[in-house]
Design a protein around this ligand. Structure first.
Ligand SMILES: [Zn+2]
Length: 210
């Protein structure tokens, strides 16, 4: 358990890990002060954890868990495809892919970004100029997709946070690449669309059971 007032190499590692995730603790001096607490709280908010600024078991697992330790060692060092980046769960409808999307929605919610679209029937698919290959289309029964209405730098921030939470390389942002993860023993392919054609006013997350 690390808290305000903690000192030592564990705090240094915590600060380095927070910084590598984009949560600035104000330096890695091994002293858990107010800026480190604020960074921990921001991380907890992004991960949908209880926001108390204390690094207890849940926050520790989310930050240092063995399945995502490799990723958190640095922004250029990503979790391998086929691993659960941690804290994701299958459930709900659409082959469990709806549940896998929940974390992205929680992150958007924490930023005050609204959900603007989920599943669409054939008429709506045609109306919005989409197609039946889309994860949004209700005919794709093992897929789920959510759009988050946001633009500009906040869109980039949301896309990065979602990428990190799902173990998607940030380099996938701006591409149509899909990334495969394993959640609750089932493989899911995740597509994060931002700043590609038609995706400048919303971030799209598509999940499909593989
Ligand atoms: Zn979409």
């Amino acid at each position: 358990m690390l808290n305000v007032g903690s000192r030592g190499s564990d705090v240094t590692r915590l600060q380095q890990t927070l910084a590598s995730r984009g949560f600035n603790p104000g330096g890695a001096d091994g002293v858990f002060g107010p800026r480190t607490k604020a960074a921990v709280q921001a991380f907890q908010r992004a991960r949908g954890l209880g926001v108390d600024g204390v690094v207890g078991p849940n926050t520790s697992r989310s930050l240092f868990g063995s399945s995502d330790r490799k990723y958190y060692d640095g922004v250029s060092d990503f979790a391998p495809a086929g691993t659960n980046p941690g804290g994701l769960h299958a459930g709900g409808g659409w082959g469990g892919s709806q549940g896998v999307s929940d974390r992205a929605t929680a992150i958007a919610h924490s930023m005050g970004v609204p959900v603007t679209s989920t599943k669409r029937n054939l008429a709506d698919t045609i109306r919005v100029g989409s197609n039946t290959g889309s994860d949004h289309y209700t005919g794709n029964t093992n897929a789920y997709a959510v759009d988050y209405g946001v633009s500009g730098a906040r869109g980039t921030e949301l896309a990065r946070r979602i990428a990190d939470a799902y173990g998607i390389p940030r380099s996938n942002i701006g591409t149509y690449n899909r990334h495969t993860i394993t959640v609750d023993g089932q493989r899911y392919s995740v597509q994060l669309l931002w700043q590609v054609a038609g995706h400048y006013d919303h971030v799209h997350v598509g999940i499909r059971r593989a």
